[in-house]
Design a protein around this ligand. Structure first.
Ligand code: CDP
Ligand code: CDP
Length: 222
């Protein structure tokens, strides 16, 4: 399996990981892993089963017991489409908290590794290049200013018909960044050898082209 190429895209919230990773996956006909969805699924399952968000063994069991499936960009849990449910703000906040627990992270490792299938995988998250796929042939670390990211989240929410407040979003985003960067296990940081890409002033197309260009270059030199 180790000869199957992997591209990792890590970075903070709303840096564009999901959008860019899905576009690159389409261009290369690669599989796509949205690792954040697994933390969100664990959080959703825990909230529904009323598992306390600090009960590490019970949360790890919840994570290990899930049988999610991914179809055409939709996320299913026990054959029910939960794509919208896992995007709720409450679920995102719970996901960010339980993601700091080592037993929860361990429980999700095998599930993530199983996404590595021919002809290749592009995986996005926080620790794809540092922990889960350290042998990836291309590692990208996406960033953007907090203001640019808050603006993007704002637009996404308004487009979906939600109301939103840019100052609340900025505050929430800074809190989540701090939690991801300062936790003891798998903190958010660029992997060794990662290519840094600041997308503050880039369009989605420009970011996608940059990643595809880097991938073409690493393939050539391999
Ligand atoms: O949408 P947002 O960027 O806030 O989050 P996400 O990528 O959907 O992931 C939800 C939460 O899971 C994040 O806030 C992270 O704390 C956590 N996560 C993680 O710890 N490791 C990953 N590989 C992916 C997500
Ligand atoms: O996965 P992550 O939380 O990093 O971000 P996302 O869910 O892909 O959201 C990023 C949003 O910013 C999307 O609405 C994109 O259209 C937009 N955007 C981007 O991803 N990249 C740019 N260079 C410019 C805008």
């Amino acid at each position: 399996a180790d000869s199957i190429p992997v591209i990792t895209i890590d970075g903070p919230t709303a840096s564009g990981k999901g959008t860019v990773a899905q576009r690159v996956a389409e261009a290369l006909h690669f599989h796509y892993l949205d690792s954040g969805a697994l933390y969100r699924l664990t959080a959703l399952s825990a909230l529904r089963a009323r598992v306390a968000l600090d009960d590490e063994p019970a949360l790890a069991q919840t994570a290990a017991g899930m049988r999610p499936s991914f179809r055409d960009g939709n996320v299913l849990l026990d054959d029910v489409d939960v794509s919208t449910d896992i995007r709720a703000e409450e679920v995102g906040n719970a996901a960010s908290k339980i993601a700091a627990l080592p037993a929860v992270r361990r429980a999700l490792v095998d599930l993530q590794l199983r996404f590595r299938q021919a002809p290749g995988l592009i995986a996005d998250g926080r620790d794809m290049g540092t922990v889960i796929f350290p042998d990836a042939c291309l590692k990208v670390f996406l960033t953007a200013s907090a203001e640019a990211r808050a603006e993007r989240r704002y637009k996404q929410l308004i487009d979906k018909g939600f109301s939103a407040n840019i100052n609340d979003l900025l505050k929430d985003l800074n809190e989540r960044d701090a939690r991801d960067a300062n936790r003891a296990v798998a903190p958010l940081r660029p992997a060794e050898g990662a290519y840094l890409l600041d997308t503050s002033n880039l369009t989605v197309n420009q970011a996608v082209e940059q990643v595809l260009g880097w991938y073409a270059a690493v393939r050539k030199s391999a």
